[in-house]
Design a protein around this ligand. Structure first.
Ligand SMILES: Nc1ncnc2c1ncn2[C@@H]1O[C@H](COP(=O)(O)OP(=O)(O)OP(=O)(O)O)[C@@H](O)[C@H]1O
Length: 250
């Protein structure tokens, strides 16, 4: 398995165009994410943020351009397989397996992907659930949990897989406002140890606290990117300035 030193490119997109039906969604994306970097994608509704991260694990297939993840071309079967093994994604709708208990959900990857014996997989799953303060819910089923609890289990499940890259698509948008802070704090803690993350978010405060770099997307193009403190205090483009004003009002 190829290893990457901090800062080495682990996601590279060049000239990526994506069309869905007749609509042109992404219009020439060039973006590089370094190992250990935390990137937040911000932008207006419909600007293509979810589509962009879906291209990073081939849930969406570009009509032109190239995406490599951990050095592998996602357009090849071998590259896609390696990507699926070493990355994970958190969705706004949690996507837990409803017929499995919380513990069974979190044990899946340690048991079947990492190949741990049952007892070790169980111990690993419980450790990750405890880190999310969800070990007391191990025997419950997802439908018995609140949205915030389900999202914390989804995080435990993703992290128990030990992914090199974690993609998060608006991980707090389906939560009640009072749960947003606790799930955001869980994400910050869980990903602080060098895991590469790309997060689509509407939460500008979260993006500021969590991300090393913001990428502002508008109409399928990267309009501006840089450190959060610079971009948020001194937006260069009128579009970003307008977007930040509108977000502050919301
Ligand atoms: N399956 C699809 N077929 C056709 N158009 C689609 C499809 N999925 C998304 N779109 C369109 O692609 C555009 C970008 O969608 P996307 O979800 O990537 O934007 P977004 O920036 O994440 O939006 P939001 O912040 O509202 O979630 C939107 O105009 C959307 O209507």
């Amino acid at each position: 398995m190829r290893q990457f030193a901090p800062g080495m490119p682990v996601i590279e997109m060049s000239g990526v165009h994506l069309a869905l039906g007749a609509a042109e969604i992404l219009r020439g994306i060039d973006l590089v994410v370094g190992c250990g970097e935390r990137v937040a994608i911000i932008g207006p509704s419909g600007s293509g943020k979810s589509s962009l991260i879906r291209c990073m694990n081939a849930l969406a297939r570009p009509r032109a351009g190239r995406v490599t993840v951990l050095g592998e071309d996602l357009a090849t079967p071998a590259g896609l397989k390696e990507c699926r093994r070493r990355t994970d994604m958190i969705f706004q709708s949690f996507n837990l397996y409803s017929q499995m208990t919380v513990l069974e959900n979190v044990m899946l990857a340690p048991r079947h992907l990492l190949g741990l014996p049952a007892a070790a997989a169980r111990a690993r799953a419980l450790e990750h659930l405890a880190a999310m303060e969800m070990d007391g819910f191990a025997a419950r089923y997802p439908f018995e949990l609140s949205g915030g609890q389900q999202q914390r289990v989804a995080l435990a499940r993703a992290l128990a897989k030990a992914p090199d890259i974690l993609l998060l698509d608006e991980p707090t948008s389906a939560l009640d406002p009072e749960l947003v802070r606790s799930v955001m704090a869980a994400i910050v803690t869980a990903t602080a140890r060098g895991i590469t993350t790309v997060t689509v978010t509407h939460e500008i405060g979260f993006a500021r606290e969590h991300a090393h770099r913001l990428v502002f997307l508008c109409e399928g193009r990267v309009v501006e990117q840089g450190p959060p403190e610079d971009m948020l205090a001194r937006p260069k483009s009128p579009r970003l300035a307008g977007f930040l004003k509108a977000s502050a009002r919301a």
